[in-house]
Design a protein around this ligand. Structure first.
Ligand code: FAD
Length: 406
C-alpha cells in the first residue's frame, strides 16, 4: 500500500502537537510524515521576553526537534519554507527540493507587525524569534557598556512600544533585571528608565481595571512605567515619536533601546502563497481545514479560529495552537482511515500575564481573578503543561519551571 504523505510546516506549538498526535495515532505502515522548520530546535515562544531581558539563556527555552521525531515514520527537514503551491500540492523550500504532500498542516506561526509605521523596521528591535530576542539582550548590554564610555543617559533608557500582553510581560522581565543592567553600566538602578508606550487608554483591557492597576503598581514598584493613550507615529534612531490620543499633542521618548511589541501577524509565507487573510491569519472551516482544500489544515497563529459557542474570534495563543494542532492531526488520521472528523472546540484554561518571574495577573476559567505570586505559579503550571504536550516529560524535567528562580 502506498503511504500517505503528511507534511507539517513549523515545529512550534501547533506543529509539534500535530506531529506528536500523528506519531501516536498513526503507523509507519501507512503514514510518511515530513516536518519542516527553519531551526533545528523548538522554542517556547511564550518565554521569548525572558531571553530578551537577559533573565534566561536561550537554551532554557529551546530543545532539539530531534527529541520528538520518531524516525520510523517522520523525516525532519531543517529549512525555510518559501511558498505553498496549493494547485500542485507542493511546498517550496529555500535549500531543498520541493516537497509534495497528500495532507498539509501549516503551523508557521507569527511575526512582528509594524502596522506600516515609519522607521520601525530600521530603528526598533522586533521580538519574534530566539535570534531576535538574543539580539535585544545583546543590544541592552551594549548600551549599558556604552554608558560607561560616555555617560550619556539615553543608553540607560529602554522603551517598549506596545503594552499589550507581550509588552507587559516584557516590561515585567526587564524591570526585574534593572539592578543587573545598572551594574553593567556602573550606574544606580534608578537611573535605568524602563517604559512602555501604548495607544490604548487602558492597557490589557481583557482584564478588570482592578487587576490591571495591581499589575501597574507592581511594575511601578520596580521602576517601570506605562504611558497609555499615546499613539505611536514613527521611530527614528534612538527616538520614539507619538501623539496623545485625546489632545493630539505630540511627544517623544529618547532611548538607546527601542523594542517593538505592538502586535503580531501570521507568517508572510501565507500571503506569498496566495492566502488573503487579514494580517496573514486565514479562515478555516469547523474541521480546521482550508475552506478551499480539505487536505490543507491551518493551525495556530496563521489561522483565525472562531469559538463555536460564542462565535467570537479567539485570540491567538499557544494554548489555542496546541488544541488546533491536536484536532488537525486527529482529522488527518480520521480522513485517511474513513472515520468521522472532529469539529473544533476550545476551552481556555485561563489567561495569565506574567509580571516578571514572581508576580502575574490573570483570569482562570471565565471569571476567577488571580494575582501576585499564586498567579505566577499558575503561569508556570500552564507553561509546563505546554512543554509536556510538545516535548513530553523529558523536556519538562530539564526545562520546566518549578520555583521562584526559574
Ligand atoms: P510559533 O510558536 O510561532 O511556531 C512557528 C514555528 O514555525 C517556529 O518553530 C518557527 O521556527 C517556524 N517557522 C516560521 N516560519 C518558518 C518558515 N518560513 N520556514 C520554516 N519554519 C518556519 N500564548 C499563550 O497561550 N500564553 C502566554 O502566556 C503567551 N505569552 C506570550 C509571550 C510572548 C513574549 C509572545 C511573543 C507570545 C506569547 N503567547 C502566549 C502567544 C504564543 O506564543 C503564540 O500564539 C504561539 O507561539 C503560536 O504558536 P504556533 O505554533 O502557531 O507558532
Amino acid at each position: 500500500m502506498e503511504k500517505t504523505k503528511v507534511v507539517i510546516l513549523g515545529a512550534g506549538y501547533a506543529g509539534l502537537m500535530a506531529l506528536r498526535q500523528l506519531q501516536k495515532r498513526g503507523d509507519a505502515s501507512f503514514l510518511e510524515i515530513t516536518l519542516v522548520d527553519r531551526n533545528p530546535y523548538h522554542y517556547e515562544a511564550t518565554d521569548l521576553h525572558e531571553v530578551a531581558a537577559g533573565a534566561l539563556d536561550a537554551d532554557r527555552i529551546t530543545y532539539p526537534i530531534d527529541h520528538v521525531v520518531d524516525d520510523k515514520m517522520t523525516y525532519f527537514v531543517e529549512d525555510t519554507v518559501t511558498k505553498i503551491d496549493k494547485q500542485a500540492r507542493r511546498v517550496e523550500l529555500a535549500n531543498h527540493d520541493a516537497l509534495s504532500y497528500d495532507y498539509l498542516i501549516v503551523g508557521l506561526g507569527f511575526e512582528s507587525e509594524d502596522f506600516g509605521i515609519p522607521g520601525v523596521q530600521e530603528n526598533a528591535l522586533a521580538m519574534d524569534s530566539v535570534e531576535s530576542a538574543q539580539r535585544i539582550y545583546q543590544h541592552i548590554e551594549d548600551e549599558m557598556h556604552a554608558y560607561r564610555e560616555d555617560n550619556d543617559p539615553r543608553h540607560l533608557h529602554i522603551v517598549v512600544a506596545g503594552a499589550g500582553f507581550t509588552g507587559v510581560e516584557l516590561l515585567g522581565a526587564l524591570s526585574e533585571q534593572r539592578d543587573k543592567y545598572a551594574e553593567i553600566a556602573g550606574a544606580a538602578p534608578n537611573q535605568i528608565q524602563i517604559m512602555a508606550v501604548d495607544g490604548a487608554q487602558r492597557p490589557l483591557s481583557v482584564f478588570s481595571e482592578k487587576l490591571v492597576n495591581y499589575g501597574i503598581d507592581v511594575l511601578r514598584g520596580r521602576g517601570a512605567v506605562i504611558e497609555s493613550g499615546k499613539g505611536i507615529d514613527s521611530v527614528e534612531p534612538g527616538v520614539l515619536k507619538y501623539s496623545d490620543r485625546q489632545t493630539g499633542v505630540p511627544g517623544e521618548v529618547v532611548a538607546g533601546t527601542i523594542i517593538w511589541t505592538t502586535g503580531v501577524r501570521g507568517s508572510h509565507v501565507m500571503a506569498d502563497s496566495g492566502y488573503t487573510g487579514k494580517r496573514n491569519r486565514n479562515s478555516v472551516n469547523r474541521y480546521l481545514q482550508d475552506p478551499e482544500d480539505s487536505h490543507v489544515y491551518l493551525v495556530g497563529d496563521v489561522a483565525t479560529a472562531i469559538d463555536p459557542e460564542s462565535e467570537q474570534l479567539l485570540p491567538t495563543t499557544a494554548q489555542l495552537a496546541l488544541v488546533m494542532g491536536e484536532i488537525a492531526a486527529k482529522n488527518v488520521i480520521a480522513d485517511i482511515t474513513d472515520y468521522e472528523l472532529t469539529e473544533f472546540s476550545y476551552k481556555s484554561l485561563g489567561t495569565v500575564c506574567s509580571i516578571g518571574n514572581t508576580s502575574a495577573i490573570g483570569v482562570v476559567g471565565t471569571d476567577h481573578e488571580v494575582k501576585g505570586y499564586p498567579a505566577s505559579m499558575l503561569k508556570k503550571v500552564i507553561m509546563n503543561k505546554s512543554l509536556m504536550e510538545t516535548g513530553g516529560m523529558k523536556e519538562v524535567l530539564s526545562k520546566g519551571r518549578f520555583d521562584l528562580y526559574h
